[in-house]
Design a protein around this ligand. Structure first.
Ligand code: PRF
Ligand code: ZN
Length: 372
């Protein structure tokens, strides 16, 4: 059986391209993971998600433990079978979602207790329970249980939270055990403080993980501050392991992160904005809600091979959005995920050719032209 492994094929500056191999298939890096929170990428059939070029999806411990329940998914054959996605799945560990979604929360050394945002019922998550849930789901890449403090926060608060996350990382490693073909990723924390990021990276590498995530960013600090942190944070993590920037981002965030040595990312943006009439193209963001599209027979993006652009006009996409038709979110989500995956494949090719700087220049020049 294929074990979990990562091999780097090429670099261009700090940008890297390679392949993660798992028993469920290969993940080409840099990789973008569409978000399938509730065992579905909203508005897309899984085969369509695969057609956009996605090699891996992200699922959520928090949502699935509350509904339909991890034990139930296990009895029904695991998350891959349940949602009809046989390629790799990475699951987030739950702590971040508890902090952003749950009602009434209590954080202790042991873990976090909280009230469900769905029905108000009480639940507990600890590193051990998070590892158990992610095992029941059948996740291929399991994330360590961590805490992500809201920024800005005083440095002492960020330091204490990071140190708690590092103790939880050690408990996650212990509870995960030995599971050939499955990987456990540690999560670096430490806010925007380089010395705390260093301390966190050292704690994680001492424990030892199959991959390393950069957590605690894209929480409202802005792109400049995030890039400032990413100028050094990826270099603190082992070179021979995948680096995953959690919850990022817009297309220009993704290009900037890859430039700084990030290999994997996930974000709800392409799917969520598809449901609110927002499209992402080479020329930047397009709002299909805008009346300027109502008589426009042209496709959303000239030259795009996705079904929304091949078969429909801007006028139609505008009409179905205005009419609240389900196909609106379906078509725009498809286009957005297609564009994100195209962006990733172009970056992989540019890194392989060692022309990433030229790619980046063209990426920004095309966006500067604006829509139309
Ligand atoms: N930790 C976890 N999940 C996350 C984050 C984190 O810090 C972020 C931060 N952008 C998104 N998702 N476990
Ligand atoms: Zn398209």
């Amino acid at each position: 059986m294929t074990q979990f492994s990562f091999s780097l094929a090429a670099r261009s500056g700090k940008a890297r391209t390679g392949t993660i191999s798992t028993p469920r298939g290969q993940i080409r890096t840099p990789a973008f993971m569409p978000v399938g929170t509730a065992a579905t990428v909203k508005g897309m059939m899984p085969e369509s998600v695969a057609e956009t070029g996605a090699d891996i999806l992200l699922g959520n411990t928090y949502h699935l433990m509350l509904r339909p329940g991890a034990e139930r998914i296990d009895r029904l054959g695991g998350l891959h079978h349940f949602m009809n996605w046989e390629k790799p799945i990475l699951t987030d560990s739950g702590g971040f979602q508890v902090m952003s979604l749950a009602g009434l929360r209590k954080l202790t050394e042991d873990g976090v207790t909280f009230k469900s945002h769905i029905d108000g019922s009480r639940h507990e998550l600890t590193p051990e329970r998070s590892m158990e849930i992610q095992r029941l789901l059948g996740s291929d890449i399991v994330m360590a249980f961590d805490e992500c403090p809201a920024l800005p926060a005083p440095k002492e608060r960020i330091a204490a939270s990071m140190q708690l996350s590092m103790r939880w990382a050690a408990r996650s490693r212990e509870a995960f055990g030995d599971r050939p073909g499955h990987a456990l990723f540690g999560i670096q924390q430490g806010g925007l403080e380089p010395d705390l990021r260093e301390e966190s990276a050292k704690a994680l590498t001492d424990i030892g993980f199959e991959g390393y995530a950069i957590g605690g960013l894209a929480v409202g600090e802005g792109q400049e501050a995030m890039f400032g942190c990413l100028d050094t944070a990826p270099d603190m993590l082992p070179e021979d392991k995948p680096r995953y920037l959690m919850g990022v981002g817009k297309p220009d965030d993704i290009v900037g992160a890859v430039k700084r040595g990030v290999d994997m990312m996930d974000c709800v943006l392409p799917s969520r904005s598809g449901r609110t009439g927002q499209a992402w193209t080479r020329r930047g963001q397009v709002n299909l809600k805008n009346a300027r599209h109502q008589d426009d027979p042209r496709p959303l993006e000239e030259g795009c091979s996705c079904p929304a652009c091949r078969n429909y006009s801007r006028a139609y996409l505008h009409h179905v959005f205005r009419s609240n038709e389900m196909i609106s979110g379906m078509l725009l989500t498809w286009h957005n995920l297609h564009y994100y995956q195209l962006l990733m494949s172009e970056m992989r090719a540019a890194i392989a050719d060692d022309t990433f700087a030229a790619f980046e220049e063209k990426f920004h020049a095309t966006r500067a032209l604006g829509d139309i």
